[in-house]
Design a protein around this ligand. Structure first.
Ligand SMILES: [Zn+2]
Length: 242
């Protein structure tokens, strides 16, 4: 009990000092509960104590308050606001931190992009890792040629520099290779269902008939896709997720 009284007195004195000699019970309660959350279950008891001490302190002269502060001390303040980004968890597992910013060059960067770019850049630098700029430009319909330069210029203007630069459109063969591996290991399948039908099945938690095809049947469909045997959007490769 003596301990909690002392804690309340410290916070009350601190609050009074900040507010022209008059502490507020509400503010003091907030501080105590933040510091000692265990008191939430004894809140009535605590608030009686706080009211009593606040009343005592508020009736003291400024000199008396200063005298009390010298006697009991002010509360140790935990650093209330954290400056900068928190550290990444469980870094020991990784040798290097590699982050990437992957804009679609279909327009200029907006504030949401910038946030992602800054976070990725800052973490890569903090851990002496690598920051990659990768243009997600595999949809020829919406890639705008002038945007590649605009985006790079804006990133430089923000003070961001990247260690490697990639264009997804240059790497389609790599993606094809991985897609084929996924199909072969039955982790992906080629679906040629009508979009509306597929959506209805998905929304009701049902697999579409294509999901049950064998790897070899899917590989035939895959080859047909690459050979242009489907109309645009007529077939898609889907990953088997839950
Ligand atoms: Zn399907």
């Amino acid at each position: 009990m003596e301990e909690i009284k002392r804690t309340v007195l410290r916070w009350t004195l601190a609050n009074a000092t900040e507010h022209g000699g008059k502490a507020s019970s509400k503010a003091v309660m907030g501080k105590i509960l933040a510091e000692l959350p265990g008191w939430k279950s004894r809140i009535v008891e605590l608030s009686i104590l706080v009211d009593q001490i606040v009343d005592e302190v508020n009736r003291m002269s400024p000199e008396e308050q200063q005298f009390q502060i010298k006697k009991v001390g002010l509360p140790e303040r935990k650093s209330e606001e954290r400056r900068g980004l928190p550290d990444l968890p469980s870094l020991q597992e990784y040798k290097t931190i590699v982050t990437r910013f992957a804009p679609n060059p279909n327009g200029p960067l907006h504030i949401g992009h910038i946030r992602a770019a800054l976070l990725s850049h800052e973490y890569a630098r903090r851990y002496q890792g690598k920051f990659i700029l990768r243009f997600e430009d595999t949809n020829p319909e919406n890639a705008m040629l002038e945007m590649y330069e605009f985006i790079k210029r804006d990133l430089r203007w923000l003070g961001l520099n990247w260690d490697e630069e990639y264009y997804q459109s240059d790497r389609v063969e790599i993606y094809y290779h991985h897609a084929e591996q996924l199909i072969k290991s039955e982790k992906a399948y080629v679906c040629d269902c009508d979009v509306e039908i597929f959506r209805k099945l998905r929304d009701s938690g049902q697999p579409c008939p294509c999901r049950g095809l064998s790897a070899s049947e899917n590989l035939i469909r895959w080859q047909k896709m690459l050979a242009g045997g489907y109309t645009e959007g007529g077939a898609v490769v889907r990953i088997k997720t839950d």
